[in-house]
Design a protein around this ligand. Structure first.
Ligand code: ZN
Length: 320
């Protein structure tokens, strides 16, 4: 990694205020089918988003500007240049950190969307748990019929990954060579909203959140209840019994830490919530919907242990 000089930071700062997208045009006008799909995916049944006077959920703001696989026109070179400058100095990794939106008017089916984006700020050099790098904030102004409808601020950290601590080799070997950081399973992103879940995993407990207001169980962990909005909660420990609600078999793309083909299951716990995990101990092509499975904790390397599911449990075992 090149040690950045003040001149380097000045080079980065010079991108502040430069356009990231100029005169972008939404690929589709605001439309009911996309609103319906979004609401179904989010489980949002708010009546404001359906019917003859429907408005789009405000949080769809960025959706109307997305270019899809083919990209969109109007992308300026400044953003790519800034990324190349960061890549060239060793800040090769990227993570989205946060997003802020402001809404000025509702969007309704038929609204034609245009947008502009600029690089609003490039931070000084920062060191985080992930590594050292620079926060880049982009601001997008979204217009409907030429009128400003909302603003979307999006922040990423472009960083050089922190070196892992030297490893002790006292634990059982993982299925993959754990001496190569690239072949290690990705680490969970632990934050204040989900820390309790991972503390449970460390004690070999699978903890489900229970709403303090309405008692609804929820998984994955969230700060509040999407049934009643209550922010109070406690936990219940899962019995560990479940069934495969659905599954996919991963063949491609292959990541160094994984050994395809392998089955990723959506497991419905006996408590009623569902979680994504691996189904282990069975050939990938023998996993079936409805297969009874039982929780266990699998160690992947000296610092990573994950809840996984193995056929068996309360049913006949082995499924079928
Ligand atoms: Zn609730």
């Amino acid at each position: 990694m090149v040690v950045p000089s003040p001149t380097y930071e000045e080079q980065l700062k010079a991108y502040e205020g430069r356009a990231a997208t100029v005169a972008g045009v939404g690929k589709d006008p605001v439309n009911e089918p996309m609103i319906r799909h979004w609401c179904e995916a989010m489980g949002d049944t708010n009546p404001a988003y359906a019917g003859p006077d429907a408005m789009a959920p405000p949080t769809m703001l960025q959706v109307w500007t997305m270019g899809g696989l083919s990209g969109h026109t109007g992308r300026s070179e400044a953003y790519d240049e800034l990324f190349a400058l960061l890549d060239g100095a060793g800040y090769t990794s990227v993570v989205a950190t946060d997003c802020e939106q402001e809404y000025l008017r509702p969007l309704r089916p038929g609204d034609e969307i245009t947008f502009d984006a600029l690089i609003e700020s490039v931070s000084g050099r920062k060191t985080t748990k992930l590594g050292t790098g620079y926060f880049v904030t982009t601001r997008m102004d979204v217009r409907a019929g030429g009128e400003l409808a909302g603003t979307h601020r999006f922040r990423i950290l472009k960083y050089a990954p922190a070196q892992r601590n030297q490893r002790k080799r006292t634990e059982q070997p993982s299925p993959k060579d754990s001496s190569n950081p690239k072949s290690r399973r990705p680490r969970p992103v632990i934050n204040r909203d989900n820390a309790g879940f991972w503390e449970g995993v460390a004690r070999h407990q699978l903890l489900i959140q229970r709403c303090g207001g309405c008692g609804a169980l929820r998984f994955p962990w969230l700060p509040g209840c999407n049934a009643c909005g209550c922010l109070e909660w406690d936990t219940v420990e899962a019995s560990g019994d479940g069934t495969v609600y659905s599954y996919v078999v991963m063949h491609h793309p292959s990541f160094p830490a994984f050994d395809p083909p392998y089955a990723v299951g959506l497991v419905e716990l006996s408590e009623g919530v569902r979680m994504v995990s691996n189904v282990v101990g069975v050939p990938y092509d023998k996993v079936r919907i409805g297969m009874p499975v039982r929780l266990e904790f699998q160690r992947y390397d000296e610092e990573l242990e994950l809840p996984v599911f193995r056929p068996g449990g309360t049913g006949e075992g082995g499924g079928g």
